[in-house]
Design a protein around this ligand. Structure first.
Ligand code: ADP
Ligand code: ZN
Length: 435
């Protein structure tokens, strides 16, 4: 049976959501124009007055916000309330450069926990559950976000935070955790550690996992689901918008419902900035319409995805986004060919490897090279040199079909690729050092 945390919103007719969005957008634009000099300046420069924004149909008129704006106004320049009303700060994990800071009022924290509670509930979480949070607690939004959602649902929260994987396994077993929250790469690492200690999925009590903060493929989902004996749900979010819980997966497991009563999504052409119709792939852009401390307008996420309003079998009417394909920053251009790490991940898992891999890109004499390093399973590792050569060749051919270019495959010893406790580092681009 499908569960909802706030069915009145999650299953609301489209008109109800649009009405909410219209009112909230108009208010937010007025508020940022009055309180944040950054927005006032940008809107004045583009000749837009708050009165010009009458409904969500006018959203496209507003200027975009970029990560650079947060850096230029670092630390507090884009806050829309006085510091006395701010009760929490978070910072992005800094995957792609200097960290940025965002703030929350008490109300912001409350609506954020509602968003996470919707995600947990959609994954089957009730007050009977024990939610094991292995996202890092701290400035990173993952840990405290999942924690607050679990508290709202009334489940038992186990705030393990990240790291010390052996201890995570002991806690999973002894405390009987039923729902796991962490990055998908860390979930896989926990699963491997479980088996390495001589246990299997039958020795733990998990029924579901909520994994996000980094891109992962459906192939990786299957691998995690099989190893841990769970259903694995995706969750999407980013610090600039609020943290985890911007979008969450339901029982259909085919994309994430966006919490549209709080965040308006648009998909745009990243080159022209033009808004694209539903069903077209482009850059995801979000506008916060309920946040008080940090209501960002038309934020360019650099994440590539597609949105759809097709009816979902779970009964939710909230718009859905596909699993983001990755950030435009993650897209590698190799000899003029666009390559996303997720394409490589799909091939590796289809061919029976685990999702422990790294991609090394280099340039010699103006020629880009790509090497895919992937671990062998302990059984395959004992293969003959000839057998291993054959495996590498087969994998290289499979990659060529998907990527359209030759990749050098390097088969690695089991456990030789560094594991991550948070976001996995998939790409080592040595060309960046050359520039
Ligand atoms: P940083 O930008 O420093 O990594 P964040 O923790 O705010 O800090 O990361 C947000 C980014 O993480 C998103 O913009 C997106 O690229 C990625 N991300 C988050 N959740 C998912 C997900 N479920 N699938 C794919 N990518 C995700
Ligand atoms: Zn659904």
């Amino acid at each position: 049976m499908e569960r909802y945390y706030q069915p009145e919103i999650e299953k609301a007719p489209r008109e109800t959501i649009v009405k909410l969005q219209n009112e909230r957008l108009v208010n937010t634009v007025k508020r940022v124009y009055e309180n944040v000099s950054h927005y006032r300046k940008k809107m004045d420069e583009s000749g837009i007055k708050p009165e010009d924004i009458k409904s969500i149909d006018d959203l496209y008129k507003l200027p975009f916000s970029y990560k650079q704006d947060l850096r230029d106004t670092y630390p507090y320049g884009m806050f829309a309330v006085p510091m006395k009303d701010v009760v929490r700060l978070h910072a992005s994990s800094g995957t792609t450069g200097k960290q940025i800071v965002v703030g929350y009022t008490e109300n912001d924290l409350d609506l954020w926990s509602d968003c996470c509670a919707r995600a947990l509930t959609a994954a089957g979480c009730t007050e009977e559950d024990k939610v094991h949070v292995s996202y890092g607690y701290g400035l990173f939004t993952g840990g405290l976000g999942a924690d607050a959602g679990s508290k709202k649902v009334g489940a038992v929260t186990i705030p393990v935070s990240s790291g010390n994987t052996q201890r995570q396994i002991t806690i999973l077993r002894d405390f009987g955790s039923t729902i796991l929250c962490c990055t998908p790469s860390y979930a896989l690492h926990m699963a491997e550690t479980l088996y390495a200690q001589g246990y299997t999925k039958d020795d733990i009590n998990l029924k579901a996992g909520i994994f996000g903060a980094e891109p992962w493929t459906n192939e990786m989902r299957q691998q995690i689901e099989e190893m841990l004996g769970i259903k694995a749900y995706d969750i999407y979010g980013l610090t600039e918008i609020i943290g985890p819980g911007v979008g969450f997966e339901c029982s259909e497991q085919s994309g994430m419902h966006i919490n549209e009563d709080h965040f308006i999504v648009e998909v745009i052409d990243p080159d022209t900035g033009e808004v694209l119709p539903d069903g077209t792939q482009g850059e995801l852009v979000f506008t916060c319409i309920t946040k008080e401390a940090f209501p960002i307008i038309r934020y360019r996420t650099r994440d590539i995805g597609v949105i759809t309003r097709e009816k979902c079998s779970c009964g939710r009417t909230l718009v859905k986004m596909t699993k983001p394909r990755g950030r435009t920053d993650d897209m590698l251009i190799i000899r003029g060919v666009n390559v996303f790490p997720s394409q490589i991940e799909s091939v590796l898992i289809e061919k029976g490897y685990t999702a422990n891999y790294q991609i090394v890109v280099d340039r010699e004499n103006n020629f880009d090279s790509i090497e895919v390093r992937v671990e062998l399973s302990p059984e395959n590792f004992r293969d003959t040199i000839k057998g291993l050569d054959k495996q590498a060749k087969e994998l290289s051919e499979a990659l060529k079909v998907v990527l359209g270019l030759n990749a050098h495959v390097k088969l690695m010893e089991p456990n030789s690729i560094p594991r991550s406790e948070g976001k996995a580092v998939r790409v080592i681009d040595k060309r960046k050092l050359l520039d």
